[in-house]
Design a protein around this ligand. Structure first.
Ligand SMILES: Nc1ncnc2c1ncn2[C@@H]1O[C@H](COP(=O)(O)OP(=O)(O)OP(=O)(O)O)[C@@H](O)[C@H]1O
Length: 365
């Protein structure tokens, strides 16, 4: 997948800019701090995920003293070229695909598939479990229409079940109807989550040695409310029966895949409890590149890779190694506070841009 062109109007510190990007090329944005490098890759991430990797506030994405912003891109995927556009105003996102308005976010997410690596990503390990769950969900949503459909239907049933639990006189028959509908969807979601995590760790383990000289094994434990190696349906049915009284007391569904978590392990120990910052960064980098490889094998297309400030903590050898393992048929965007040494990128298509106060100018090397 490639972004052929990107237009930003009143996005962050950009007034009105347009870029033409090259297929399967590494685009390097460098410049002093606070000039707009991260803003650029944030805009691509936003097109992919419909949220930012650093804020929940839509207003902060709009350039100061304006009321709306636009991100528009022409995207090539396989042999298809399409246009995607997001306009944010009045706290709302307006989505367009080939100039047609799109109502459902799930019909938009995944048209642009970008994977990012940012310094703050290591917070994933210590964040509330909802953030880790969202990370897995978002990747599955981009990859599988069935997952998207099943998860949103489960969430609808869950909402209805919770409303039914909040009634003064609880209708047990109605709760049972919602429960049995939820169980069918839970089985599908659990299987997909478990499978995704297993595959992701296999790919990540293959890449980790490029970032660490230690012999370490990455793994992840999918944590849900039943034992996923046993028959799921029987266990889930029993669990709901056992917690029914508690659900009535708390007037909410206390158990279900909406409470799942993932524990990331390094040598079988929780990464959050024992690993150094460097180990966490290497773990994440291996995981994000592993994810990209996994997407490629499933879709036959590499996602777009966004690497924010990835070089700052790597020595020259590791920088070279990183560039070498980046697949040649992948479009990549890298930011750096320092000018990048062109010799790092030998045999690769590469473009350099100097970013200065909301302007990015291509420079020849
Ligand atoms: N809504 C906005 N309106 C105007 N300017 C904004 C807005 N949001 C952020 N900025 C400006 O964007 C700049 C930060 O840009 P960005 O985060 O891309 O920095 P950067 O070039 O990646 O720097 P660093 O190397 O320090 O990470 C700051 O000057 C900030 O004031």
């Amino acid at each position: 997948m490639n972004i052929k062109s990107l237009r930003l109007i009143h996005f962050r510190n950009y007034e009105n800019v347009e870029f033409n990007f090259k297929e399967n090329c590494i685009h390097c944005f460098y410049g002093k701090n606070a000039q707009g490098k991260t803003n650029l890759i944030e805009s691509i991430y936003f097109l992919s995920h419909l949220h930012s990797f650093r804020t929940h506030s839509l207003d902060s994405l709009i350039k100061e003293s304006y009321h709306q912003m636009l991100i528009e891109a022409k995207v090539e995927s396989g042999h298809t070229l399409s246009k995607v556009k997001v306009v944010v105003c009045d706290q709302k996102k307006h989505l367009f695909h080939n100039d047609n308005p799109i109502k459902k976010y799930s019909d938009f997410v995944g048209i642009v598939n970008a994977i990012s690596f940012c310094p703050d990503d290591i917070l994933l390990f210590s964040a509330p479990k909802k953030i880790r769950r969202n990370f897995i969900d978002m990747e599955l949503i981009k990859l599988s229409k069935k997952y998207t459909f099943t998860l949103s239907r489960y969430n609808r049933y869950l909402k209805n079940r919770n409303i039914a639990l909040k009634q003064e006189k609880i209708d047990k028959d109605l709760i049972d109807v919602y429960t049995s509908q939820m169980i069918e969807d839970e089985i599908v979601i659990m299987k997909q989550r478990k499978n995704f995590i297993k595959n992701l760790m296999e790919y990540s383990n293959r890449l980790y040695p490029f970032f660490s000289s230690q012999k370490e094994v990455l793994s992840a434990k999918y944590e849900t409310f039943v034992d996923t190696s046993q028959d799921l349906k029987e266990q889930i049915v029993k669990s709901y029966e056992n917690t029914y009284v508690k659900d009535c007391m708390y007037k909410a569904t206390n158990m279900g895949i909406h409470r799942d978590d993932i524990q990331f392990l390094l040598n079988d120990k929780n990464i959050n409890e024992m690993a150094s910052q460097g180990q966490k960064r290497s773990y994440l980098l291996a995981m994000k590149l592993g994810l990209a490889q996994m997407v490629y094998e499933k879709t036959n297309q590499y996602p777009i890779l966004l690497l924010d400030d990835v070089f700052s903590e790597l020595d020259t050898i590791r920088k070279k190694e990183l560039i070498q393992i980046l697949p040649e048929n992948m479009q990549i965007f890298i930011t750096s506070a320092e000018e990048m040494d062109p010799s790092l990128f030998k045999n690769r298509k590469v473009k350099f841009y100097k970013v200065n106060n909301g302007f990015a100018k291509e420079v020849s090397q």
